[in-house]
Design a protein around this ligand. Structure first.
Ligand SMILES: [Zn+2]
Length: 452
C-alpha cells in the first residue's frame, strides 16, 4: 500500500490516554496505520513532525456561523477554525421552519467551508419541538438548543415567541424520540435579570462587571437546577452549554449525584481565561457574562475532575463597531481561531492540565456526545483530521491574522504559548504555518456532518 500522507516523528496526543511517540499513515482520507515514530512507509507526501504534538482535529460543538456576514461566514469562519486546528464544527441553525431553510444553509456551508460542518437546531417556538424528529430523520440533526434567556417577553424582539417551561419539558419528551438525541440548554433566569439590571443602568454603570452583576451566577445555577430536575423526571439527556460559574458547576455536580440521567457540561475558552475585570470592556460582552477569577479557577477544577465534559467556543463573528457600549453592544465574541492556543497556554503551561485531557474535551468527548462516529480519535479507520502543535511557540493574538469576519478578538494583544502549525482535514492540509493554502481557499472541501 502506498499511503497518501505519512506524518512521522510525532508525539501522538491520544484523548484521555496520554502522549506517545508515533507516526500516522493516511489513505483515502482516513487513518490507515499507527506506526513507530521512525517508520518510513512509501507515501505520496511525507511530513517530519519534528517531535511536535499531533492531536485529533478539534471538534468545536458550539459556533454561530452566519451571525457575522450570513453570505460568507462559512468561508471566513471555517478558515479561522482551520488556522486554530479545528476541523469540525456544529453551528446553530435558526429559522422559522427548518424543514424549508435547512437544505439551503447546508448547501451554503458545503460550497464555502474548508472544514466539516453540521448543525444544531435552535428552538424559538413550538413548531421546532414538534418537527424535531422529522428534522433528525431528514437532516441528521440530533441536537437542539433551547434558550431559557429568551423566555417570555425577553425573547419576543429576537423572534423567540414561545419559550417557557412547558416548551422546555416538551422538548425533552421529543428529544427522547430522537436516536442519540441530546437537548442543549442556555441557562440564565431572564425573569430576574431586569430587577437587577434596571438599577445598574440608572446608576450609570457602564463597566464590563455590570454585565455580570445584571445576570449573576445564581441565575445560571437556578436554571441548571430546573433543567436537571426536569431531565431527571423525563430521562432526557441534556447538555448545559457555555457554563460560566462555580455556582452552576456545583449544581451540575448535585444533579449527577442524584440522577443517572446524563448532563453534559460545556464551557468556553473565554470563561477559562478572562474575568469581568478584563480590560476588554464591551468587546467581551457575552451571555452568560464573564465572571470572577474564582469562577475561572472552578472551571479548570471542573476540567480536571471531569465535571466539564466539552469545550466549545460560542463563536460569534461580529465587528468591533457593534461592541462599543456595554448595554447596547452586540452579544457574543469570536473564538474559534484562538481556542487551542488559549487552552494550551492557560491550561497546559500555567496550570499543568495534561494535554490529553485538553484533547478529550476539545475532540473525542464532543464527537461522542453528538454522534460524530468518525471524529475525535487518532485510531485506524477514523477520519484523518489532525492538528500538529508546537507547544513552545509563542505568538501574540492579532485579529488581522485570524481570517475571521470579526475585526477584533477579546484576546488581542495576549502573548500565548502553544500554537497549531498544521491542520489536516481527511488527509488534506488545510492550514500550514498560520496561513491557508491558496488551493484550499479556492476549492474548500468541507463535508456535511449528518448524524444519527
Ligand atoms: Zn451560543
Amino acid at each position: 500500500m502506498i499511503l497518501d500522507l505519512l506524518l512521522h516523528n510525532a508525539q501522538l496526543v491520544l484523548p484521555d490516554v496520554g502522549v506517545t511517540p508515533g507516526a500516522v499513515g493516511v489513505k483515502d482520507g482516513r487513518i490507515a496505520a499507527i506506526l513507530a515514530p521512525d517508520a518510513l512507509l512509501p507515501a505520496a507526501e511525507t511530513v517530519d513532525c519534528g517531535g511536535l504534538w499531533l492531536m485529533p482535529g478539534l471538534v468545536d460543538p458550539h459556533v454561530h456561523f452566519g451571525y457575522g456576514a450570513p453570505e460568507t461566514d462559512f468561508s471566513t469562519e471555517a478558515r479561522s477554525a482551520a488556522l486554530g486546528g479545528v476541523t469540525s464544527v456544529l453551528s446553530f441553525h435558526r429559522s422559522p421552519d427548518p424543514r424549508e431553510a435547512l437544505a439551503k444553509e447546508r448547501d451554503l456551508a458545503l460550497a464555502q467551508s474548508c472544514i466539516d460542518v453540521g448543525f444544531h437546531l435552535g428552538i424559538t417556538h413550538r413548531l421546532h419541538v414538534e418537527t424535531m424528529v422529522e428534522c433528525a430523520r431528514r437532516f441528521g440533526i440530533t441536537s437542539c438548543k433551547l434558550y431559557l434567556q429568551y423566555k417570555g417577553q425577553a425573547g419576543l424582539s429576537k423572534g423567540f415567541t414561545e419559550i417557557d417551561d412547558g416548551l422546555l419539558y416538551h422538548a425533552m419528551l421529543e428529544t427522547l424520540k430522537v436516536p442519540g438525541g441530546v437537548l442543549g440548554v442556555h441557562c440564565e433566569n431572564v425573569e430576574v435579570i431586569p430587577v437587577l439590571r434596571d438599577p445598574l443602568r440608572r446608576e450609570g454603570r457602564t463597566d464590563l462587571a455590570a454585565w455580570d452583576a445584571q445576570s449573576p451566577d445564581f441565575l445560571e445555577a437556578e436554571n441548571v437546577h430546573r433543567v436537571g430536575y426536569f431531565a431527571q423526571k423525563t430521562g432526557c439527556p441534556v447538555n448545559i452549554v457555555h457554563l460560566s460559574s462555580r455556582e452552576a458547576l456545583e449544581e451540575a455536580r448535585r444533579h449527577r449525584r442524584r440522577s443517572r440521567v446524563p448532563m453534559g457540561i460545556e464551557t468556553c475558552p473565554h470563561y477559562l481565561s478572562l474575568t469581568r475585570e478584563a480590560d476588554t470592556g464591551p468587546l467581551a460582552k457575552v451571555n452568560p457574562p464573564l465572571r470572577s477569577q474564582d469562577d475561572v479557577d472552578a472551571l479548570w477544577e471542573g476540567v480536571l475532575d471531569g465535571t466539564v465534559t466539552t469545550i466549545g467556543t460560542d463563536h460569534v463573528p461580529r465587528k468591533r463597531e457593534t461592541k462599543q457600549e456595554i448595554w447596547s453592544a452586540s452579544m457574543g465574541l469570536p473564538g474559534v481561531g484562538t481556542m487551542l492556543p488559549l487552552l494550551i497556554h492557560e491550561g497546559y503551561h500555567r496550570r499543568g492540565v495534561p494535554i490529553e485531557r485538553i484533547a478529550a474535551l476539545t475532540s473525542s468527548n464532543a464527537a461522542r456526545l453528538y454522534g460524530l462516529s468518525s471524529k475525535g480519535q487518532i485510531a485506524v479507520g477514523y477520519d484523518a483530521d489532525l492538528v500538529l502543535i508546537d507547544p513552545h511557540l509563542e505568538r501574540v493574538v492579532d485579529p488581522a491574522g485570524l481570517e475571521s469576519f470579526a475585526d477584533y478578538s477579546p484576546f488581542e494583544g495576549m502573548s500565548l504559548k502553544g500554537w497549531p502549525v498544521m491542520t489536516v482535514l481527511r488527509g488534506r492540509t488545510i492550514a500550514r504555518n498560520h496561513a491557508i493554502p491558496e488551493q484550499v481557499r479556492t476549492a474548500p472541501s468541507g463535508r456535511y456532518l449528518a448524524r444519527g
